[in-house]
Design a protein around this ligand. Structure first.
Ligand SMILES: Nc1nc2c(ncn2[C@@H]2O[C@H](COP(=O)(O)OP(=O)(O)OP(=O)(O)O)[C@@H](O)[C@H]2O)c(=O)[nH]1
Ligand code: SF4
Ligand SMILES: [Mg+2]
Length: 388
């Protein structure tokens, strides 16, 4: 059998209240009468799966669910089952009835998708019966369809097909650590190093090299010269703070990068982050820059996002820039006012969430970079560090 296993298919699940037309929409997309449709609210009780090909995504499984506003004891059990489907979902289709006035449950669902870093599409169904409520804050993002009249279905399929799904996390040294390859890690042990241990990216790198049967040498910057006299490694990976000093010791034939660049690649899509950093060469007076942090940690005295980056960027560009901040799971809906988004390293969020944010910036055509990549650019080491 050549069937793709369900676990390997992209999971697209349909959520919404009862009777909004979830089952009708799945039938219209699959072009088959697979799910039972009826005017009685609560018709779909258990999740129903339908496998199909949806290009360019490839093999997908569409999952129909019970309405999220189901009532009573049985209804609550169904809602729990629907939530289980949510956890397995790669792409959510949030369906509502266009004649519906109250969209608070849909707003909650959108927040849930955002918090989980999962992509979603909003579908206003029953276009023949009503139009979008003016108060709905996400109205620009809605796809309008009529499932029973098969209107707007092709456009919706196209939009779903274009959503980018992230692969499982590539490891920190993916494509770099290999059997027999010598990798030197430069880890300064200074006042900023935690007592008695290494920091997470350093530990991840050691583990990754061992996992791949590579050869790992861990040294302080002062020992690097002697090390390179004895051995020619495939690559040297250094703490960013020591990059300049290390770059003078490592000959150009040997690759050199930093832990922050590798973390940026591990957590997100590196190429657009580099493009984003290069935008600083063209900033103008009055340009608005969004600094986005993924968690609300307590700002330190010389905080990287609030103090260091604005200061360094203003100095480097010589321009009068306007900085705005967001922190936590909220990410502005309207990004188009910004000339650049500078995101934190995102250690507390998943790669899926980071890529999702990169995609939002991409859709709004606003360049986005992150702290590590921008700092590498500001200290003139970016070009060498991304030559992996
Ligand atoms: N007017 C109109 N009716 C529609 C449209 N799409 C679906 N319906 C009707 O809405 C009713 C509910 O449709 P379903 O597809 O069963 O809705 P559901 O969301 O799956 O409902 P539950 O399974 O009960 O949660 C049915 O009577 C459909 O024929 C549409 O575009 N326009
Ligand atoms: S880098 Fe980590 S700790 Fe810092 S703001 Fe981002 S998620 Fe929070
Ligand atoms: Mg149904």
């Amino acid at each position: 059998m050549n069937e793709t296993a369900i676990a390997e298919r992209v999971r697209i699940s349909f959520f919404g209240r009862r009777n909004v037309g979830k089952s009708s929409l799945i039938n219209a997309i699959a072009n088959q009468n697979l799910s039972i449709v009826s005017p009685v609210p609560g018709t779909t009780t258990d999740p129903v799966n339908k496998t199909m090909e949806l290009l360019p995504l490839g093999p997908v499984v569409l999952t129909d669910t019970a309405g999220l506003d189901d009532e009573g004891e049985l209804g609550q059990i169904r809602v729990l089952k629907t939530n289980e489907v949510f956890n397995k979902t790669d792409i959510g289709i949030i369906v509502f009835d266009l004649s519906q006035k109250d969209l608070s449950l849909e707003e909650q669902l959108i927040d849930k998708f955002k918090a989980a870093g999962k992509p979603y599409i909003l579908v206003g169904n029953k276009q023949d019966l009503g139009s979008i409520s003016e108060n709905f804050s996400h109205k620009e993002k809605v796809y309008f369809v009529s499932a029973s009249q098969k209107k707007g279905i092709e456009e919706l399929k196209e939009a779903i097909g274009k959503i980018k799904i992230t692969d499982d996390n590539p490891s920190l040294l993916s494509g770099i650590a290999e059997k027999g390859k010598v990798i030197v890690l430069v880890c300064p042990i200074d006042d900023s190093a935690p007592k008695g241990r290494l920091i997470l990216p350093q530990v991840m790198a050691v583990r990754d090299i061992l996992d791949n049967n590579g050869i790992c040498l861990v040294v302080q910057p002062g020992e690097l010269k002697k090390t390179l006299e004895k051995i020619t490694p495939y690559i040297v990976i250094t703490d960013s703070q020591a990059f300049r000093e290390v770059a003078q010791t490592v000959p150009n034939e040997i690759k050199l990068t930093s832990f922050s660049i590798l973390m940026a690649r591990h957590k997100g899509d590196l190429a657009p982050l580099v493009e984003g950093a290069n935008v600083i060469d063209n900033l103008e007076d009055g340009d608005k820059i969004l600094i986005a942090e993924a968690c609300t940690h307590h700002a330190q005295k010389n905080d990287i996002g609030k103090v260091q980056i604005p200061k360094k960027l203003s100095e480097k560009t010589g321009k009068n820039l306007v900085f705005e901040y967001v922190a936590g799971i909220s990410f502005p809906e309207n990004l188009s006012d910004y000339k650049l988004i500078i995101h934190c390293g995102g250690c507390m969020i998943s790669r899926t969430m980071m890529i999702y944010r990169q995609n939002l910036a991409g859709e709004a055509k606003v360049p986005m970079t992150n702290y590590g990549v921008l700092l590498a650019k500001l200290s003139g080491i970016l070009d060498r560090a991304i030559n992996l």
